[in-house]
Design a protein around this ligand. Sequence first.
Ligand code: SF4
Length: 333
Amino acid sequence: MSATLSKTTHSSKPALEVRNLSRIFDVGGGILRKARPLRACEDINLIVERGEVLGIVGESGSGKTTLSRMMLGLMKPTAGEILIDGRPIHSIDRHELSRKIQPIFQDPYSSLNPRKTIGQIITLPLEAHGIGTQSERNLALEQIMSEVGLPPRLKHSYPSQLSGGQRQRVAIARALIIKPEILICDEPTSALDVSVQAQILNLLKDLRASHNLTYLFITHDLGILDYVADKVAVMYMGRIVELGTARTILAAPRHPYAQALLGSVLTPEPELDLPDLHLGRGFPDPLNPPTGCSFHPRCLKAFAPCAQIRPQTIHQTGHSIECHLYPSDQTGD
Ligand code: SF4
């Protein structure tokens, strides 16, 4: 068996870089009807340095999940590129890619085979990649179960015998056992009770340090990002409308949509994906997006140009924003 459990070496390039990334779906085409474009992601640019946590926040339908699927190599972009360690994702072989980047999803139960024991589930990636001897796999299993806080006896149990929090720990162990560099955490705590959420967030924080991990943390809850993220990207209708350090965005968001999201953190029903944003009107039809700034029908600060002209992205000192309220000379810190 040639493959080993050591981490792959990497360059000094950013762990993850996204350049002008777009994904357009053709929807509703037929014999007599032309398909209409749905711009799930449009002109996304991101850099995530090694060891950093980038939070991506937005409502359902904002494009977060499409973005994460492209980063996992599960979906091809329509335009633009994704670089991992400076290498285009399409040039990385599927096996190598899954050793570099692993997902953790919202509902671990649906991704855990109910007929396999916890031990079999966690070690499956090692078998799939032909990594280690049986005794090396057993040792790796014991180590990772200990690291994620699962008692060793549970390796003989089945997913249905575990609590929600334990199942999420299994999903984390399974993702980490092949020592990836990047974890894409897609709403990893939103299906859990509030007290368990805190435990899983603490675990992810500890593992980040001990495994030198880079995280992409996708959520609709800015409150969680306050706890885990270094940088935050706010997405609306497929575009990043504000990007900056978590400290800056969470203390004083500038884009009106980011301001509304932050206000929603205190909603009495935080489990709802669309909290009361006090925006008056619902999410627009993505097949018939508004002209100009796509947020203008809901924006409390909209003014004359907003319905006609799409705002440019303004970059300054590590912060970027897409809104007519901020001409280029007023966005610096
Ligand atoms: Fe609101 Fe106009 Fe800024 Fe869009 S560009 S967020 S409509 S103020």
